[in-house]
Structures are given as structure tokens and as C-alpha cells.
Design a protein around this ligand. Structure first.
Ligand code: NBP
Length: 477
């Protein structure tokens, strides 16, 4: 045995992860179901470092030093189960199998339990940053046992992105915690992208700016509070011209957004846990709506707008309003995502440090952003913070932008520009700060038609009113 770590599954992600490991001085065992991929990696990038190729799983496992560490990077789903089984059959107690693909966290919980019973460590690890990240330093979110992290942590921290010298990798929590946090990361990514898209739409149709002009505006935003990878690439995309037509590139792209499923998983889990992740949900539904061709065709043909033109008198003030609305809505989306992590930790028995999650997202991943430092600080000051928005820094920052946020959402409604994520984030903000909510009326309705009972503000106990009788009130307990 000569390799200190192995990678099986050498498509773009696995090959790049193996190269990253080799470049960091690790001797990397490499394996792929189809051997041609292994050969291609060696012929094209063999000079990156030490690789030990195998064309069988048995040889691959045999080439690993004990306790063995084998990283799986295959298409998530049934293939992952097949590969785990092949590896486990060759492995010994104490060995570590890492699934670095995009598995759904309940699968990871199931797989970890099954392998633990066989004496093996199973680590479901989120890896973000796409192929570029895998090669040059991703954000890595490993779950699994604390014991496995002692062996694995140094390797993963070594190849992860670094920000201010700090690795973008930490032990997230046991069993499925790593894949869970990666899922929420992707959900937040959906929200972030939708919010940026709405800001673009407002500038395009409210202000009447061209795509290239908006790209330049985003470029200036990228040197302030909004500084982030997504704002940076948006600025570039908007200033790109289509070679074939000479038009703005964004204008020749079909306006139907696709999804691979992590946003949907995040929303489904938000519903399961009863956490209002409205920003992520609106973003996910916005993609679905964009792909609803028949509905959009019918709506476009028949639905009147009865909207009024947005008259912008002060261009700079309008741009600043949109920037502040974007920032505030973004804080809401993150606040909700972190609530979901806290709820999941309680539900599934994980001990997740939310400040550390914001810290490992600062580099290597798609949502990397300057303001994540503020989130880390907020949770460091108060680890049990019930609402990120209520952290003094964010309360001030969002509060300062409130008049802008309200103007933008009101203006969008008046002029008929759809801003589902901006609008629902503001509605969430107003609801979560309200002293009383109309939920009281919903409870009363539920008691009326279903005798579902209610509690009172002035007395302990559970009550039911005899709505179809004399409307007297009965105490239930
Ligand atoms: P793919 O998701 O396209 O998967 C291709 C790899 O899976 C090949 O190595 C293929 O082997 C192998 N494979 C399949 Br398919 N079924 C298999 C089976 N039954 N047994 C053994 N191997 C099997 O590759 P990718 O785009 O590199 O992504 C890998 C993982 O990383 C996925 O889980 C993905 O969700 C995740 N991820 C991807 C990105 C990204 O930006 N692409 C980012 C973050 C995470 P073969 O060569 O023999 O067909």
C-alpha cells in the first residue's frame, strides 16, 4: 500500500479533486468504473503529482495505506450505493469511505448507519465550488464521526480554499450533517441568484438601463457590502456580447431556468421542519414558473397589466434603492437558511456551529461573500442567536435600507415588475417583527370548522367555542 488517500469516480469533479490532492503532495490512488477515464487523467495530468492507478476496486483498496481513506465522486443516487458496497466489501474496520457527491442527506444518514454497523466510517461530505473549486480549493462540508475527522480533517483542510489563511473546511456534525449543510448552501445560492436577477430586472425595466450598463452598476456594487462571487460573475455576464448576433448575451439566452434538485430538497425540508425559508422557496418556484411554458403563454396572451410606468427622476437614488433592497432581502434569505440549520440540528441531533458554517463558505464556494464574516461574528457573539436579522449589525444595516426596500417593492408592484423574492422577504421581515399576527384569526377559523381549539392571551389552557351551539366557551384542559 502506497497511497495515503484515494478517489474513485474520475469525471470532472473527481479528477480535479484527485489533482488537487496530488498537487498538495498526497499520493493519490485513482480509480474509475471505466478505466479510460483513469488513463486520461494520468496522460493529461500525471505530472501534477503522485498517482497510483487501479483498474479494479480490489486493487484500488489494496493500494491505500491503513486506515484507508477512499473518496467517492460519482453521480449521486444508485451508483453511490453500488460503489459503497464494492468498497466496503474490500475494506476493514476503521477504514473511511467519503461520499463527496451531492447526496441527499437522508441517504447519507442511512448509509452511515449501515456502515457503522460494519465497523466502517462513512463520511458524507458537501463539496462546493464546481470543477474550478475542486481543482483549486473548494469549500468542504464533511459530516460523519468526530473520530473519522481526526484522520480525514487534515487532508480535506489541506486541499480546501483558504481565506485569511483559514481553511474553508470544518467538521460539520455527525452522519448527514455535512450533506445537509451543503443542501442549505445550495438553497441559499438559489435565493441569492434570484435576488440578483430581480435587481437586474428592476434596473432594466424600472430604470430602462441596458444590460451592459447594469453590468457596470454590479461591478461598483462588488466593492461594497454586496461583494461576492455571484455579483462579480453577474457583472461579467451582463457585459458579455453574443458573438453571433452582437446583442447582449443575456438577451439571447432562453428565459427558462433549470434546476438539478438541491433547491427543491431544501424547500421540502423547510416544510418538513416548519421553517419559513420563503426566500429559497420563492427562488425555487421562480425557476419552476419560468419553465411553465403553457402557463406563461396563456398568461402573456390574456392577462392585463393595468400598471403605471415607473418614472425615475433621480437615477442614482433609484440604483441605491435597488442595492439596499437587494442587501436587505439577501440578509433575510441567509437568516432563514441559518434558522433551517438550527432547526435541523435540533431535529436530527447534530451539534452545528452556525458561525463556523458562514466561515467555511467565505471561500471556494458559489455563495462566497464578504458579508459572511458578519454572520460568523454574529454567531460568535451569540451562538444561540434566535434570528440573524436581530443581530445588532444586521438590524442596523437592514433598518437603514428599509425605506429603500419599501420603495422598491411598492414601485415594482405598481409598475408590474415581478419581484417574488424581494417582496416575500419584505413581507417576512414585517411579519417576524409584528407584535400581533392575523394567525389569531386563522386559529379562530380552525376552531370554528374543525373544533381544533385555541389558546387565549389572558388565561392558561386550551379552549373551544361551541360555534354551532350557544357559542359558549369550553375549557379543554
Ligand atoms: P457525474 O455526476 O457526471 O458522474 C460521472 C461519474 O460517475 C463517472 O466517474 C462515472 O463513471 C461514475 N458512475 C456512474 Br454515472 N454510475 C456509476 C456506477 N454505478 N458505478 C461506478 N461509477 C459510476 O460527475 P461529476 O460532474 O464529476 O460529479 C460528481 C459528483 O459531484 C456528483 O455527485 C455531483 O452531484 C457532485 N458535484 C458536482 C459539481 C459540479 O459542478 N459538476 C459540483 C459539486 C458537486 P464512468 O466514467 O464509468 O461512467
Amino acid at each position: 500500500a502506497t497511497a495515503d488517500v484515494g478517489v474513485t469516480g474520475l469525471a470532472v469533479m473527481g479528477a480535479n479533486l484527485a489533482r488537487n490532492l496530488a498537487r498538495h503532495g498526497h499520493t493519490v490512488a485513482v480509480h474509475n468504473r471505466t478505466y479510460a477515464r483513469t488513463e486520461r487523467l494520468l496522460s493529461e495530468h500525471g505530472s501534477d503529482g503522485e498517482f497510483v492507478p487501479s483498474d479494479s476496486v480490489a486493487d484500488f483498496v489494496a493500494s491505500l495505506e491503513k486506515p484507508r481513506v477512499a473518496i467517492i465522486m460519482v453521480k449521486a443516487g444508485a451508483g453511490t450505493d453500488a460503489v459503497i458496497e464494492e468498497l466496503a466489501a474490500e475494506m476493514e474496520p476503521g477504514d473511511i469511505i467519503v461520499d463527496a457527491g451531492n447526496a441527499h442527506f437522508p441517504d447519507t444518514i442511512r448509509r452511515e448507519k449501515a456502515l457503522r454497523e460494519r465497523g466502517l466510517h462513512f463520511v458524507g461530505s458537501g463539496v462546493s465550488g464546481g470543477e474550478e473549486g475542486a481543482l483549486n480549493g473548494p469549500s468542504i462540508m464533511p459530516g460523519g464521526s468526530a473520530e473519522s475527522y481526526e484522520r480525514l480533517g487534515p487532508i480535506l483542510e489541506d486541499i480546501s480554499a483558504k481565506v485569511d489563511g483559514v481553511p474553508c473546511c470544518t467538521h460539520v456534525g455527525t452522519d448527514g450533517a455535512g450533506h445537509f449543510v451543503k443542501m442549505v448552501h445550495n438553497g441559499i445560492e438559489y435565493a441569492d441568484m434570484q435576488l440578483i436577477a430581480e435587481a437586474y430586472d428592476l434596473l432594466r425595466h424600472g430604470l430602462g438601463a441596458s444590460a451592459a450598463e447594469i453590468g457596470a452598476i454590479f461591478e461598483t456594487w462588488n466593492s461594497g457590502d454586496l461583494e461576492s462571487y455571484l455579483i462579480e460573475i453577474t457583472a461579467e455576464v451582463l457585459q458579455h456580447t453574443d458573438a453571433a448576433t452582437g446583442k447582449a448575451f443575456v438577451d439571447v439566452v432562453l428565459d427558462q431556468a433549470e434546476q438539478k434538485g438541491t433547491g427543491r430538497w431544501t424547500v421540502q425540508n423547510g416544510l418538513d421542519l416548519g421553517v419559513p425559508i420563503t426566500g429559497i422557496a420563492e427562488a425555487t418556484f421562480a425557476r419552476s414558473l419560468s419553465g411553465g411554458v403553457a402557463q406563461r403563454e396563456a398568461g402573456h396572451q390574456t392577462l392585463p397589466a393595468r400598471a403605471s410606468e415607473w418614472t425615475v427622476t433621480d437615477r442614482d437614488a433609484f440604483i441605491e434603492d435597488v442595492r439596499k433592497a437587494l442587501y436587505a432581502s439577501k440578509v433575510v434569505a441567509y437568516s432563514q437558511g441559518f434558522d433551517q440549520i438550527a432547526a435541523a440540528a435540533a431535529e436530527y441531533g447534530w451539534d452545528i456551529d452556525r458561525g463556523a458554517m458562514a466561515r467555511i463558505w467565505r471561500g471556494g464556494c458559489i455563495i462566497r461573500a464578504r458579508f459572511l464574516d458578519r454572520i460568523t461574528e454574529a454567531y460568535e457573539t451569540r451562538p444561540d442567536l434566535p434570528l440573524l436579522l436581530a443581530d445588532p449589525y444586521f438590524t442596523d444595516a437592514v433598518g437603514e435600507g428599509l425605506p429603500s426596500w419599501r420603495r422598491v417593492v411598492a414601485g415594482a408592484a405598481t409598475s408590474g415588475i415581478p419581484t417574488p423574492a424581494f417582496s416575500s422577504s419584505l413581507a417576512y421581515y414585517d411579519a417576524v417583527r409584528a407584535e400581533r399576527l392575523p394567525a389569531a384569526l386563522v386559529q379562530a377559523q380552525r376552531d370554528y370548522f374543525g373544533a381544533h381549539t385555541y389558546k387565549r392571551v389572558d388565561r392558561e389552557g386550551t379552549f373551544h367555542t361551541l360555534w354551532s351551539g350557544d357559542r359558549s366557551e369550553e375549557q379543554q384542559d
